[in-house]
Design a protein. Structure first.
Length: 225
């Protein structure tokens, strides 16, 4: 009996112990469980994660490359995030995401629109449930549809390299109760403009979203000692 061509394919290979550990510590930093400046002690992380020191060292190296960990005199610490850094990240996002949204709007067909709406629905559900890990994943899916449809693969690679720091800022701003318009509502406007194949409206919706988020991030970061 001959197996079907795709019957034996492994679409989602199991995560390694290192990948699981990286994901756990990354989430702890992004969600603020490990605050900026917190010292990351190898022995403590070994006990918390239930892994060896060699795995912990790999985790620290990986997160250092992502900009989530930095080395101080006392050893590795959670990277400090201040407004000067955040302002640069928002400036980069504003340029790359507005261009990608405009290009996506000119190319979006029914399949792309369905993918974008599905990603937005997942994002809105996670926001309602305050499931922040799922919220970050759904947000990444939303933007991936936009950048891939736009054909802006290099720009998407740049965004991916900044993803850890972007996610930290999202944790500050997406669920803030005092923002004038919620993050998911802003992203729904981006989706609506793309689905209407209106590139100018899509780019402006991105700018409005990031201007709002940047204003909140600036206030929060400048108020934090």
């Amino acid at each position: 009996m001959t197996a079907e061509p795709d019957a034996l394919r492994i679409d989602a290979p199991p995560q390694t112990l290192r990948e699981i550990a990286v994901g756990r510590v990354r989430s702890a930093i992004i969600l603020g469980r490990f605050a900026s400046g917190t010292r990351l002690v190898e022995r403590t992380l070994c006990d918390q994660l239930g892994v060896s020191r060699s795995v912990v060292r790999e985790v620290i190296r990986t997160l250092e490359a992502e900009g989530l960990v930095e080395t101080a005199r006392s050893g590795p610490i959670v990277a400090r995030l201040d407004w000067a850094q955040a302002a640069q990240i928002y400036a980069i996002r504003r340029l790359l995401e507005a261009e990608a949204a405009a290009a996506c709007a000119t190319r979006a067909d029914d399949a792309v629109k369905a993918d974008l709406r599905a990603a937005l629905a997942g994002l809105q559900e996670a926001f309602t449930l305050k499931a922040f890990d799922e919220l970050h994943a759904a947000t990444a899916r939303f933007y991936k549809v936009i950048f891939r449809t736009a054909g802006h693969d290099i720009a998407w690679d740049i965004v991916q390299r900044l993803n850890g720091r972007i996610s930290r800022l999202r944790s500050l701003t997406l669920a803030t109760s005092d923002r004038r318009i919620s993050g998911p509502t802003r992203m729904a406007a981006i989706c609506d403009a793309i689905c209407a194949n209106d590139p100018e409206a899509a780019a402006q919706a991105v700018r409005d979203h990031l201007t709002d988020a940047a204003d909140i991030a600036r206030r929060l970061l400048e108020e934090t000692p």
